[in-house]
Design a binder for this molecule. Structure first.
Ligand SMILES: [Zn+2]
Length: 162
């Protein structure tokens, strides 16, 4: 019996992000579309960051999960436009990030503060203080920045806005 589009979306909830395993690809908002094709499904994804090595792994993870569910023909199409922005991340996804100790992206990605060379004001995921400072542009991966909280002194990763 062929799976429905709804069922495939549900299954995609089981596909975790290789970089942040608590997040699923649907939390991140990288899955744009699900279409039924002969004997399978076509999944359209938009990379979170172009050049982010995790995208190949996401594609691979989607294949693994869907083939476990008995989908034979799995096609993954990558669409670069419109570009993914952190606005696509779900509220649930942001909440999970916080619980994981990573500050979720704040506000709209249209924030231009970066253009003026100012670090974004980021809320500490541990104590909720806004007294934080950026230590490094690059955190544990190129997709995150390393911050330190000046209130509780805990370092944390900030999921960069693009
Ligand atoms: Zn703190």
């Amino acid at each position: 019996m062929a799976a429905t589009v709804k069922q495939i979306w549900d299954w995609l909830e089981e596909v975790s992000d290789p970089e942040i395993p608590v997040l699923t690809v649907t939390d991140l908002g990288v899955v744009r579309d699900v279409d039924l094709i002969e004997d399978g499904a076509l999944i359209t994804i938009t990379p979170t960051y172009s050049g982010c090595p995790a995208m190949n792994e996401i594609e691979e993870n989607i294949r693994v999960v869907l083939s476990e569910k008995g989908i034979q023909n799995i096609k993954v199409k990558t669409v670069l436009s419109p570009a993914w922005t952190t606005d696509w991340m779900t509220e649930k996804g942001k909440e999970k990030l916080r619980e994981f100790g990573i500050a979720p992206p704040e506000g709209s990605s249209s924030d231009k503060s970066v253009l003026f060379g100012k670090a974004k004001q980021v809320t500490c995921p541990h104590c909720k203080s806004t007294e934080t400072e950026m230590i490094s542009q690059f955190g544990s991966t190129a997709c995150k920045s390393l911050y330190k909280c000046t209130s509780c002194l805990e370092p944390f990763d900030y999921f960069k806005c693009i």
